[in-house]
Design a protein around this ligand. Structure first.
Ligand SMILES: [Zn+2]
Length: 169
């Protein structure tokens, strides 16, 4: 029992050390409130067809997903069940809307806080497309500048499964 406790303590200490190590990838923490604020005003702006729902319901769904930290698949399921989107469309729209709200919300927040530069950050799972990789490869650029693909921020124009993010400084 005592041995177990020591092991458990060591594991906790190890995890704590891991958390304390500065990340080389994320220069600024993810700010859900900025994404929520953006989604509350803009979610669904690029969506033409809301199926069985409407823009107001769509916006409320994206805000709820961000407030409660839903996985993209949970928002997909809501779009399938309540809006009657097809499975593929439900997933693509859910991913895209969460990506837009996070990056646009954080970009606006960074500008308000006096941020100077941004950096494209691909999801670390080796599944990123060439255009997202190209946007990341140029490193830090001015907050108002565009990335090589022509975007201010994720999602990449030519990527239909963009899970990229922005870092700021
Ligand atoms: Zn991407």
């Amino acid at each position: 029992m005592a041995a177990f406790s020591v092991l458990a303590f060591r594991q906790v200490a190890r995890n704590a050390r891991k958390r304390q190590q500065p990340s080389t990838k994320k220069a600024s923490p993810f700010l859900p409130r900025a994404a929520i604020r953006y989604a509350g005003a803009h979610a669904g702006e690029s969506v033409v067809d809301f199926g069985k729902g409407n823009r107001r319901q769509f916006r409320a769904a994206v805000v709820r997903a961000l407030e409660q930290g839903w996985a993209v698949t949970r928002l997909r399921d809501l779009f399938r069940e309540e809006f009657k989107f097809s499975p593929d469309r439900a997933l693509n729209v859910a991913q895209r809307e969460l990506c837009i709200a996070r990056s646009r919300g954080n970009l606006a927040d960074a500008a308000e806080r006096g941020g100077k530069q941004k950096r494209w950050s691909v999801a670390g799972d080796n599944q990123s497309c060439a255009s997202c990789e190209a946007n990341q490869s140029i490193g830090w650029i001015d907050l108002a500048a565009k990335f090589p693909g022509g975007e201010d921020c994720p999602p990449a124009i030519s990527c239909d499964w963009c899970r990229c993010d922005l870092d700021f400084r």
